[in-house]
Design a protein around this ligand. Structure first.
Ligand code: ZN
Length: 447
């Protein structure tokens, strides 16, 4: 463990940086390192991965053409379809005998994507998980309760090894059985909770239902990821569970959790640029957008051995911030993801993200943080229905008051989204709870 003097000794937690040599590198030095690593990765994938060789040839580019980081934009994108076509091992850049771990991404359609790691890949992953967990304030004194499912999904394993690397005590709880999770958190005095943000609220709900005070737990910090969430949801989780809620980012195709994570300044997630080169593109035209603009995040791995992604289209919508962070880290920050370009709903021609609706619901007194969106077509018209749980007082209120509540909510949604939505109030606890990622959208339109 190392503390930078520059970051100020006043706040010890804030000053903790796991790998200051890399996390606080000068931009110039960092870019040189990126370019060197990029060029060697490109040579390797061109030589060893037929899919890349085919795509580079079709685009008329050779690894040798990449002489600066700007030249990255000449290379073709890699998409989920490329991974599906290469199922299972076609994109691996090393022989299987060098692969020591296999994971897969949570495929919602078709076959899941298979990803592999060499020994060195696992070491890097562990280091990067230790980086972001340290940035979130986890130390060797913490008891880290991991409520992500252990299995093919990368979430649990990534944070598990990161926490062990830091020297924290890890509870590999896995997902499910909320009552047991609560008992273990109480008895083992878990101080750090790892799960999806929606599951954190499920835990709070369940405790309140059981007549237990979530603040009686020893939880101090939450490391929440694997689904997009809003600042409003953050405030709600912090208030109800009495912890500091931090965001982190990763995806199996690129590595897993540990691609980026928030420091305690919480002004975006530092993306570990010595391992990943980020770009923001216009999701329609594929054009690279200037720094600061909102678009789709594209990532290039420059240290991965087994499964190096080149210009992988993540589908996550965010923006990059290269301004200096007060924590002392020099790596750029990505804003909380607004959602996936796949989740973006087009309602009467207007782009709507579920997170925008969530933001509105969190601002309205009486709405519970559980909702579902149902999109349908009535004639030729798209209709968006927002089903929202409300507390019993509102649900059983007289008709006139309930109508006023719905009207106010519909008005607020229309002004935020730029398109109208119907609101349907539902009883508390009537929307299905998911232990993994929340399923927010039911789209009944035939496409
Ligand atoms: Zn920072």
């Amino acid at each position: 463990m190392y503390s930078t003097k520059a970051a100020g000794a006043a706040d010890q937690d804030r000053a903790r940086i796991w790998d200051p040599l890399h996390e606080c590198m000068d931009r110039e030095e960092l870019e040189l390192l990126q370019l060197t690593r990029l060029r060697s990765t490109l040579e390797r994938v061109y030589r060893d991965v037929p899919c890349y060789r085919r795509k580079f040839d079709a685009a008329g580019v050779r690894p040798g053409n990449v002489k600066s980081l700007d030249d990255l934009a000449q290379l073709p994108f890699t998409t989920k379809d490329d991974l599906r076509e290469s199922y299972p091992y076609g994109m691996f850049a090393v022989p299987l005998r060098e692969v020591v771990r296999i994971h897969s991404s949570s495929g919602t359609t078709g076959k899941p994507t298979v990803v592999g790691y060499t020994r060195a890949d696992l070491q890097n992953w562990t280091e990067l998980a230790a980086r972001f967990m340290t940035a979130a304030g986890v130390t060797e004194d913490d008891i880290v309760h991991i409520a992500f499912g252990y299995g093919l999904f990368t979430g649990a394993f990534g944070l598990h090894y990161g926490a062990e690397r830091i020297g924290a005590s890890v509870i590999p709880m896995s997902s499910g059985n909320t009552d047991k999770q609560i008992m273990i958190m109480q008895d083992y005095r878990s101080t750090a909770l790892v799960c999806t943000p929606s599951y954190a609220l499920t835990v709070a709900d369940r405790m309140e239902k059981l007549g237990l005070d979530p603040h009686s737990l020893s939880l101090r910090v939450g490391l929440f990821g694997a689904e997009p969430w809003t600042e409003e949801m953050r405030r709600e989780i912090e208030q109800r569970l009495g912890l500091i809620a931090t965001d982190n980012y990763g995806l199996s195709e690129v590595m897993g959790p540990g691609v980026a994570g928030e420091c305690l300044q919480r002004g975006g997630m530092h993306i570990f640029e010595d391992h990943f080169i980020p770009e923001i593109i216009d999701p329609d035209s594929g054009e690279v957008l200037p720094a600061g603009e909102v678009g789709e995040l594209v990532l290039t791995c420059v240290t991965k051995e087994a499964f190096p992604m080149i210009r992988y289209r993540t589908r996550d919508i965010t923006r990059l911030d290269y301004s200096r962070c007060a924590c002392g880290r020099t790596h750029a920050r990505i804003a909380k993801t607004m959602g996936r370009s796949d989740d973006m709903l087009i309602i009467k021609g207007v782009n709507v993200f579920p997170t925008q609706i969530e933001e509105v619901l969190f601002q309205v007194e009486g709405c519970e943080p559980h909702y579902q969106l149902v999109v349908d077509k009535v004639g030729a018209m798209d209709v968006l229905e927002v089903q929202v749980e409300v507390n019993e007082r509102i649900f059983f209120d007289e008709m006139k008051k309930q109508r006023a509540f719905v009207d106010a909510l519909e008005k607020k949604l229309a002004s935020t989204l730029g398109v109208g939505a119907r609101v349907k109030l539902v009883e508390p606890s009537s929307i299905t709870r998911h232990e993994g990622k929340a399923q927010r959208v039911i789209d009944r339109r035939t496409r």
